[in-house]
Ligand binder design. Structure first.
Ligand SMILES: [Zn+2]
Length: 360
């Protein structure tokens, strides 16, 4: 049955109505105001679909767009100090150049090998088909089918490096869709991309705008706050334990902890809640924080010999692991609470400004 009211203009539909992929009827003038082509496309039964096939990705592409740069950066990191050392020891120029050549070739070969493995891995998850139908975004891969309610998704024009397969393909990456489960670069066909974007604009699907500058500022703020806490407690520990090393090391740990804690809260606000959920595993962050606290604790205790260094490593690492694990647990519970609220929202409340109703 055709709903009598257009979800966009809220007026009774007088001209030809068209059923769109969110299962609602819109009046012709509203659709044509966004894009005249969209109306024709929809009335002719067009499907919003995007396909990435195994043949669309290649090792050379992945190598050129990603691993080559990693290779250059990694190669330089090792080569520079070694070259300086060779020159200082008065090694002949041809030895230095030959040495650099061998090292770089080795690193590049290694990166090529990694690229082959990565692309082989990507191919096992392809073809990937993204299709929009009946208010749901469906992602079909050989691993199975993921279906997300359109109202739980966000989008933005352009690419996102969160979908790593993008480096392996030369296809156009017109837009990115953020479902609760995944970040997917699509919009490979210019013709269809036009319709995807017009439809998302018509239903006012939220545009994901990662506030990079704001995130950067909060990371800096976290570092500064951590530094101050570390400075204060460092002074205290230096006096209590009669070990000045703490005064120097705890502010460093404070900066690392502060930046990581803010990073965790940023991850918990990502639109792809399932990925964030995996990333925020408390054991993972407990271990990371243990490594940071443990290594600085080891350095601090080293002044009194190895046994003292190990004890100090274990104590400092464990306390830091509790901080990291607890923070990850906290942010993960907040994320899960938000997800639960989303699911529990009554169907009629799903009627948002986007004007689509949950009625499947
Ligand atoms: Zn209308």
């Amino acid at each position: 049955m055709i709903s009598a009211v257009c979800p966009r203009c809220k007026e009774p539909i007088l001209d030809e109505a068209v059923l769109l992929w969110n299962d609602r009827h819109y009046c012709r003038s509203c659709v044509e105001a966004i894009s005249p082509d969209l109306y024709t496309f929809a009335t002719e039964g067009g499907q919003l679909v995007d396909l990435l096939e195994p043949d669309d990705i290649s090792v050379s592409q992945y190598w050129r767009r990603f691993q080559f740069k990693v290779g250059i950066a990694g190669g330089l990191l090792f080569l520079l100090p070694l070259t300086v050392m060779l020159i200082r020891n008065n090694a002949p120029l041809e030895v230095v150049i030959g040495f650099q050549g061998i090292c770089l070739s080795f690193v590049m070969f290694y990166c090529w090998w990694i690229s082959c493995g990565k692309v082989k891995h990507f191919r096992t998850h392809l073809p990937r088909k993204v299709v929009l139908e009946r208010l749901h975004i469906k992602v079909v891969t050989p691993d199975g089918e993921q279906t997300s309610l359109l109202t739980d998704c966000q989008w933005k024009p352009g690419t996102s490096s969160a979908d790593e397969v993008l480096f392996a393909t030369s296809l156009k990456q017109g837009m990115t869709i953020y479902t609760p489960d995944a970040v997917i670069n699509c919009g490979h066909s210019s013709e269809l991309l036009k319709h995807w974007c017009a439809f998302f604009r018509l239903v006012e699907l939220p545009v994901y705008t990662p506030s990079r500058f704001q995130n950067f500022l909060s990371l800096v703020g976290g570092g500064v706050a951590g530094y101050l806490v570390g400075l204060l407690s460092g002074k205290l520990y230096a006096i209590e334990l009669n070990n000045p090393a703490w005064e120097f090391l705890l502010p460093i740990l404070g900066i690392l902890d502060g930046v990581c804690l803010v990073g965790l809260s940023i991850i918990s606000r990502k639109p792809s809640s399932k990925l964030a959920d995996q990333l925020l595993h408390p054991a993972l962050w407990g271990a990371e924080f243990f490594k940071m606290g443990g290594s600085l604790g080891f350095l601090a205790g080293f002044r009194w010999g190895i046994p003292s260094a190990i004890i100090s490593c274990l104590i400092c690492g464990s306390i830091n692991a509790i901080i990291g694990g607890f923070a990850a647990w906290h942010f993960r519970s907040q994320l899960q609470l938000r997800k639960k609220n989303l699911v529990l929202r009554a169907p009629e409340k799903r009627e948002s400004k986007a004007g689509y109703r949950y009625e499947v």
